[in-house]
Design a binder for this molecule. Sequence first.
Ligand code: HEM
Length: 405
Amino acid sequence: MADIEAPDRIESIGPEFFADPHAHYRRWREQGPVRRVRFPDGVIRWVILDYAAGRAALSDPRLHKDAAVNDALLSSKRGVPQSDPNALALLTNMLNTDPPGHTRLRKLVTRAFTPRRVAALGPRIEEITDALLDAMEGRGEVDLLHEFAEPLPITVICELLGVPLADRAEFQAWTRALVAVAGLEQDRARASEEMAAYLTQLVRAKREQPSTDLLRALATPADDGDILTDSELVGMAFLLLVAGHDTTVNLIANGTLALLRNPAQWQALRADPDAIPAAVEEFLRFDGPVNMSTIRHTAEPVTIAGTPIPAGEFVFVALAAANRDPERYPVPDALDPARDTGGHLAFGHGIHFCVGAPLARLEARIAFSALLSRFPNLRLSPAAETLAWHPSTLMHGLRELPVLL
Ligand code: HEM
């Protein structure tokens, strides 16, 4: 019994975690801001739950992201040699790189992925949104996830990057297999091999054929002459495709779910569309797309919020937990579009702060504004009583969202 009460008891992530990570985080936080958790793959990692500690950790240079070290560390913890060079090549991207490599890659992407390029997408995002909503018109019940929340961002990211939309089912399956923390090794190996081959061919084509898309811009030299190598370009294409995929999908779906569970706020937002941008920030805080940050590791012993963490350990920031820290956001479990959401961590913080945040915000504002005006009486279907969620510790995303129009 004493063991159960011990403050350093290792909590495990079981199947019940994914439907309501917030309930788990609430319970864990009562025992302290930082704790060890056994992940579904059996590996024990550290999870930061508090806002202040989480924000500090996201910009703490003692928490490293180097993909090769992560990979080697993971194999040693699992007791199995890692033997997937394709997966490592894809994962060796900006998000898994420390400075000075990160600084260089980030500069190369931001000079191509400019605010102007994002703003120019607005009219096209509206067009795609309208076409998807047109297709729903006149029907009683639809799955808003598959008919709207998913196809909108996926179409946009494909058009932005210059990736054929027709190949979407394939790379969606590959990315799911690759980012699954507890995926099967053989699935992961096959997915990474196929995806690496696909992206290699794609970036070679971008080098040769002029076009106006982002990958082509990334395949050409910057003003100072610097240019991404083939493998860096493959890593960047992979990162943008994956990061631009399920994230915005979850923002639209989780945000719609939160609103439909609070019908008075749905009506309030209908009456005052100018409040949509602020509401989108509250959706990000309340039930953001990213559950835990991407992985970081310690190279030396560090102390975080009073908790000593040895060298060679994995650390995650539970963004969803930090965004519901009552110290930072009073009454955190209430959806309140009028609250001050300043400084929420849904897009991360520090040098790895989301490059796609302006695009995600633009898409979400357009999506909610169109949805509210086109289907003013939207409500959850009785089938939404029990919703299924993806069993991912990285993303918090629905498998379906049945609604009545
Ligand atoms: C990084 C969230 C959409 C591209 C991040 C990080 C978070 C995040 C939390 C930092 C992870 C960490 O530090 O561990 C989100 C959310 C989105 C979204 C919530 C949608 C609502 C997008 C889109 C794109 C994108 C649409 C691309 C078009 C990136 C990239 C990075 C990143 C490239 C890595 C930045 C770096 O390492 O410097 N995102 N993201 N994201 N995101 Fe997003």
